[in-house]
Design a protein around this ligand. Structure first.
Ligand SMILES: Cc1cc2nc3c(=O)[nH]c(=O)nc-3n(C[C@H](O)[C@H](O)[C@H](O)COP(=O)(O)OP(=O)(O)OC[C@H]3O[C@@H](n4cnc5c(N)ncnc54)[C@H](O)[C@@H]3O)c2cc1C
Length: 503
């Protein structure tokens, strides 16, 4: 079998997961092909809630500001009673930003705007998705994967080192690998439609008959557009008419109002809610990310967010192994991400049950800031810590100052494809510089100053501690100076073993 590679990675599917992975690989200089079987970008608004943890990921990928600018903030939720009176509440729990958690924005970005921002970023990095190209078969061997792609007037074979199935809930890649997708159908069918309409204002999210699964309907203005997204349950069986006239009739029947008129339907779909999780995320050289690996009800706005974070977890590992790190690093992808999806499925299903009772409140658990990988093979503590920040936790932000006096933030220092090693009152030269590792220290002769004490508050270190922050913003290791050899071994394992220069 040839070892001449067309590219290192073939990403199948240019949805949110595939695009995230492409941006991450592009900024790392890894060669890839990103293919999409549709001829044009997806037009629907579906995954519109961007959670705080994903906002942090977007900051690192260089798209947060443009996503906020293109989309906007969730409006208030207006719940109408049968007599037409209503109550306005905020969507979810409002929390102010803190030094360690800079983003608590209830950010709304229709999925087509988010994906457009991702494609723009990808173009800046010199890449674009290849539309109209479908993966139809693949075979793997010890050295790589040979895949067949088709499209109008295209039938080509490509040879790559890895294939990534970012091909959505009906994943061809998952089925071709014969990976089980157990779970359940949740007995709820719903419509989602992006429309223009008259009769409702775009300043609030209008919700009628909340808690009544026969009659409820939500009409949410889509930030950054003049569209509204209509969502509501429908009977499990039967044909669904998604024309403007039929949607006008449905809205009238459920709201008791004849002044709301759907003018046009830009995209609409009827779907049955499922909660399913792939048995495996990896078979040899082929991986699943995003909806290909997990599907769930839209309650809580977790799907796109989890898909983006899958890709963000896998990108740096593929790049490290491509550059010579042990293949075992790639096993940590499933070990870390599959348990996250399992608990997210439970959360989305729990919220769907609450929605049925008319009691859905989105709390901190949907923000995804508390996701971590404490049981990961990549989490190292020497000595073991009993409290405070632990290996596997999300690395908090903190406003700090450079030794020259300029204000900065840890997230600024983490931004980019590298690892970051933070030392707290350490001997800086104990760790040799090397490519892809940025070393910063606090304390005497440190290049950073913890002016407001925010670093100390968030990281709770003792003098002599080193904290290693992974490229995806999680704590890889917390090691005391007396255990510096354990840190060196860890760095070797993740492909950072080559020291440059003298101590
Ligand atoms: C009504 C609704 C509301 C939602 N709301 C939210 C929300 O508020 N927040 C949230 O986080 N999530 C939400 N979601 C979920 C979110 O839309 C999905 O989780 C997200 O789209 C998953 O991204 P993905 O890239 O994994 O898959 P997809 O977006 O499905 O992309 C997969 C791509 O792969 C392509 N493809 C498939 N097969 C092939 C092949 N063989 N070759 C080449 N290309 C292929 C497809 O054409 C598609 O473009 C919602 C979903 C729905 C239905």
């Amino acid at each position: 079998m040839t070892t001449e590679f067309t590219a290192d990675v073939l990403i199948c599917g240019a949805g949110a997961a595939g695009l995230t992975l492409a941006i991450d690989l592009a900024r790392r200089g890894i060669s890839f092909r990103l293919i999409e079987k549709m001829d044009d970008p997806f037009r629907g608004s579906r995954g519109k809630g961007i959670q705080p943890r994903t906002q942090e990921v977007f900051e690192d990928l260089g798209i947060l500001d443009r996503v906020v600018a293109a989309g906007g903030i969730y409006p208030k939720l207006r719940d109408y009673r049968a007599d037409g009176s209503y109550t306005d509440t905020t969507v979810g729990e409002h929390t102010d930003p803190t030094p360690s958690e800079p983003y608590h924005l209830p950010l709304m970005s229709p999925q087509f705007l988010t994906e457009a921002a991702m494609r723009e970023r990808l173009a800046e990095l010199g890449h674009r998705p290849q539309f109209g190209r479908e993966l139809v078969s693949f075979e793997q061997d010890a050295d790589g994967v040979t895949a067949r792609l088709t499209g109008k007037a295209v039938d080509e074979r490509v040879r790559v080192r890895w294939v990534i199935g970012a091909d959505g809930g009906r994943s061809f890649v998952r089925q071709a690998l014969d990976i089980g997708f157990p779970g359940k159908t949740l007995g709820v069918r719903a419509i989602v439609a992006d429309v223009t309409l008259t009769g409702l204002t775009p300043d609030v999210w209008h919700r009628f008959a909340d808690g009544d699964m026969e009659r409820q309907i939500g009409v949410c203005p889509l930030a950054g557009t003049d569209l509204f997204q209509i969502q509501g349950p429908i009977p499990l069986e039967g044909e669904v008419d998604l024309s403007a006239a039929a949607l006008t009739a449905l809205v009238a029947e459920r709201t008791g109002r004849d002044d709301i008129r759907i003018q046009s339907v830009l995209w609409a779909s009827a779907f049955t809610m499922n909660a399913r999780l792939a048995d495996r995320y990896r078979v040899g050289r082929v991986f699943l990310v995003g909806d290909a690996a997990h599907v769930h009800p839209p309650t809580g706005g977790q799907g796109l967010n989890t898909s983006v974070q899958d890709a963000y977890n896998l990108g740096w590992k593929l790049a490290a192994v491509a550059a010579g790190a042990s293949d075992a690093l790639l096993d940590s992808y499933e070990a870390e991400r599959r348990p996250i999806a399992a608990s997210m499925l439970g959360l989305a299903t729990k919220l769907l049950d609450a929605l049925k009772r008319g009691e859905m409140r989105r709390g901190r658990e949907v923000h995804q800031l508390d996701i971590g990988y404490p049981d990961s093979p990549l989490a190292l503590e020497k000595p073991e810590r009993s409290g405070g920040l632990l290996a596997g936790d999300r690395a908090p932000d903190a406003p700090v100052r450079g030794a020259a006096g300029q204000p900065t933030r840890l997230f600024e220092l983490f931004k980019g494809p590298h690892w970051t090693l933070l030392g707290y009152e350490v001997e800086r030269r104990a760790v040799s510089p090397r490519p892809q590792l940025h070393i910063h220290t606090f304390g005497p002769r440190g290049d950073l100053v913890d002016k407001g004490g925010h670093f100390h508050d968030a990281y709770a270190l003792t003098p002599g501690d080193w904290v290693l922050v992974r490229p995806d913003g999680y704590i890889g290791a917390i090691v005391a100076s007396s255990e510096i050899m354990a840190l060196e071994t860890y760095l070797q394992t993740v492909g950072l073993g080559i020291a440059v220069g003298a101590r």
